[in-house]
Design a protein around this ligand. Structure first.
Ligand code: BGC
Length: 769
């Protein structure tokens, strides 16, 4: 755990340079705009430990799978989002001596991520080995308005000398992925051009053939005046640069504005890439840095209007929640249904930038409430478009008749996770995808989605479940053998309650949706049924039989759902009784020991109870919570938020707050010592859930928003924005009660503390606690 980030409501601030923090900061101060993003690497050269990272959403490479023992059905490759051309570089040389903070005496240093306006700023003064002292101010951003563009303003002032300063802005396409399986380089150069004032390179990915053109255009000024300096262009393989030598006067600043465009063949015809790139660079350089930055601030202001959370009385919590919301918005904007949310977003390489069940289980609630409806719809469409591959994936494993198994990890719909316990067994992800459809329709009332897309996905998933269960002669019930639940600290278990319960629910829900779609649009239903060869009588009767006769483990004595067969045989020593030195288990214990233990990585039974809370009475929820939580080590960042929400539901405000604290500053304080790999983007949505669904008690019930809030003791008030069926609400919870402001022209009725409250358009009301 670290504690070097300064607390501020709207900014993330690092003061003083400590090379040990640098890679953590490179993650925390990352920038993105949904289309591209980058780690907060320095512009000038840095010879210390660094993880350069520049990513273009959706541009990936199928890296051949590497496993010890090949098993049939393994995916051929692990897709990974590619480290792409580095466009940040502005190399600085002072009278022949390179400016490199790893080799300087850094006398002052401040890095600041301005979350309100969406930019990264860095200022420092440093003395080189030979005693030359400079001050630097650098500011950059990835434009939210024009998501193929970015800009950097870099100003340097010699403080104690006059001499030659050489500035070399560059684009380097010769980059590698740290996680490359065979130390391969994934890009080939396709072309480049370089002239004084700017240039570009076009790179093509091996195998997948994505083309990405990255270009720069720059202007230089000295002492406030734009100049046209002599420039030496440098072109090497996969690299372009412009070397500019300037005579600098002590105390007078030199600055460069570097405009960047990053275009990919996903959005442009390959033959038009260069022309579009040039036009984009011309457009933004004409607009100018200041205008771009002003537009950036306005775009962020608009975002914050819809999704800010304001916490009064706790600045550190305020900073943390904004950081989570900020990073989520930088990662995914919902403009493009081919894109998704990697667990690390654009902040690192871990998890390959691929899509996990995290999206459906954790991110969907955030985007549903804080972004236009189409954003979540696009997340669902992403999976709809990959249905064919999910069916192929299931067929590869021996399933038939259009059964679909969505991948645990994917970029384009193909499974690319290579641990059999996860690829073959962590099948509960299929359930989360069905649940997201249910959640979306419950929230938005967009029933048409079911007829157009949702039902087709549901039927394929239900078909999978109906084939994945088997009939136990012994039990005279259906069972689900050989699975891994969300608790990845146990593999190949039988009758994981969460997975089986979700399977039953999917089949039930699919039949219910079939009924709805048939009534709403019989012609569409018939056409789809014919296309997918639905034999309703036979298939639905099997679904129904499974629903009625599925084995769902339950322990009568303790009144709990059984996580899986045999769980109670394990030695039951609670987490609190483990020596602190044994934790985290995944770093301290052998895998064998973990598998045999009772310790649960993340919400499993409780994940199911969270999804279907209305199906269980409060005593059942309490018994399961009281049993499973003390056995949970929360070694996935996705875990605490579910526990925070359930603790809040159970009225345990102190524990709800305690769980919330474990997620809120996870990356800012490098809680798990792993932020240098990237930020935990998908679990940031969980932090939002802990505030809104936990403390705010927000639910959707019977087509209405329900709030049952409480306020953490330390806080004076908290408020959040929620979009719901055309209405935009600001909900402020304080000791007095709940104030609801309707910021839209759509009246809505909300259910607060057990009573309906009509909130008229552009009106507000206070419901006393
Ligand atoms: C969790 C999974 C999650 C993955 C990516 C793992 O540690 O156990 O549930 O999908 O991380 O976030």
């Amino acid at each position: 755990m670290k504690n070097y980030i300064k607390v501020d409501e709207w900014k993330i601030i690092e003061e003083g340079f400590d090379a040990h923090h640098h890679q953590v900061s490179e993650s925390i101060f990352s920038l993105g705009n949904g289309r591209m993003g980058q780690r907060a690497n320095f512009e000038e050269a840095y010879s210390g430990e660094t993880l350069p990272g520049n990513y273009v959403a959706g541009v990936y490479y199928p890296d051949k799978t590497r496993v010890g023992w090949w098993k049939n059905g393994y995916p051929e490759y692990f897709a990974k989002v590619l480290n792409a051309a580095n466009w940040t570089i502005i190399d600085i040389v002072l009278d022949g001596e390179q400016l490199d903070l790893a080799k300087c005496n850094v006398t002052s240093f401040r890095r600041e991520l301005n979350m309100k306006e969406g930019y990264l700023k860095r200022t420092f003064t440093a003395k080189t080995a030979s005693g030359k002292e400079v001050s630097v101010e650098a500011c950059r951003f990835c434009s939210m308005v024009d998501d193929e563009t970015a800009a950097i303003h870099y100003a340097i002032t010699p403080l104690n000398f006059s001499g030659t300063i050489t500035i070399t802005p560059a684009i380097d396409g010769d980059v590698v992925n740290k996680d490359s399986n065979y130390d391969e380089k994934f890009w080939d150069e396709l072309g480049k051009a370089n002239q004084p004032g700017g240039g570009y390179i076009v790179m093509r990915t091996k195998k997948t053939g994505f083309e990405v053109a990255t270009g720069m255009k720059f202007s230089i000024s000295q002492n406030g005046e734009t100049i046209q300096p002599k420039t030496e262009t440098i072109s090497k393989e996969k690299y372009i640069a412009s070397k500019i030598e300037l005579q600098a006067q002590q105390g007078q600043s030199i600055s460069i504005i570097k405009y960047i465009a990053n275009l990919s063949s996903q959005n442009h015809k390959p033959e038009a890439l260069v022309a579009s790139l040039t036009a984009t660079l011309d457009r933004i350089s004409l607009k100018g840095f200041d205008t771009m930055l002003a537009e950036q601030a306005a775009a962020w202001a608009e975002k914050w209007k819809h999704n800010d959370i304001i916490i009064e009385g706790d600045e550190s919590a305020q900073q943390a929640i904004r950081f989570n919301i900020f990073q989520l918005n930088q990662t995914y904007t919902g403009e493009d249904d081919r894109l998704n949310i990697g667990p690390k977003g654009f902040t690192g390489e871990k998890y390959g930038g691929s899509t996990y069940w995290d999206t459906e289980a954790y991110c969907v609630p955030f985007y549903l409430a804080t972004a236009p409806q189409k954003v979540t719809r696009n997340l669902l469409l992403y999976r709809y478009k990959q249905l064919g591959k999910a069916i192929e994936n299931a067929a590869l494993l021996g399933f038939k008749n259009g059964a679909a198994l969505y991948p645990m990890v994917t970029m384009d719909g193909t499974e690319c996770h290579n641990e059999w316990e996860i690829t073959f067994e962590e099948i509960h992800r299929n359930g989360a995808i069905a649940y997201a459809i249910f959640n979306y329709v419950r929230y938005t009332a967009d029933e048409a989605y079911l007829a157009d897309y949702g039902f087709e996905v549901l039927i394929a998933i239900a078909r999978f479940w109906s084939q994945r269960v088997s009939w136990s002669q012994d039990k005279q019930q259906y069972v689900m053998l050989g699975v891994t639940g969300p608790n990845e600290y146990e593999n190949n278990v039988n009758n994981n309650w969460y997975t089986s319960m979700l399977a039953v629910w999917c089949m039930k829900y699919t039949m219910e949706v079939a009924g709805k779609v048939k009534i709403a649009n019989k012609a569409k239903y018939d056409a789809l049924a014919a296309r997918i060869g639905l034999d309703e009588a036979t298939e639905f009767s099997r679904f129904g039989h499974i629903v009625e006769n599925m084995y769902l483990g339950h322990d009568e004595k303790q009144g709990i759902f059984l996580q899986q067969d045999g769980y109670l045989d394990k030695e039951q020593i609670l987490v609190k009784d483990l020596p602190a030195t044994d934790r985290p288990l995944n770093q301290k214990w052998s895998w064998d020991r973990i598998l045999r233990s009772c310790y649960i990585k993340q919400a499993d039974v409780l994940q199911g109870i969270y999804f279907f809370e209305d199906d269980y009475d409060i005593d059942t929820i309490r018994r399961n919570f009281d049993y499973y939580e003390p056995r949970t080590v929360h070694e996935s960042s996705l875990s605490p938020c579910v526990h925070a929400i359930l603790a809040a539901k159970l009225g345990d405000e102190a524990r709800a707050y305690e769980f919330y604290l474990r997620t809120a500053r996870l990356d800012l304080d490098d809680y798990n010592n792993d932020t240098e790999d990237g930020c935990h983007i998908t679990s940031m949505a969980g932090t939002w859930m802990a505030v809104v669904e936990g403390f705010g008690g927000m639910r959707v019930r019977d087509g209405k928003l329900l709030f049952q809030p409480f306020i953490p003791e330390k806080w004076a008030s908290f408020s959040f924005h929620i979009g719901f069926r055309g209405a935009l609400l600001n909900i402020k919870v304080s000791k007095e009660g709940v104030q609801i402001k309707n910021l839209s022209d759509v009246a809505t009725t909300v259910f607060v503390y057990g009573k309906d409250q009509l909130v008229k358009a552009n009106d507000e009301l206070l419901v006393e606690a």
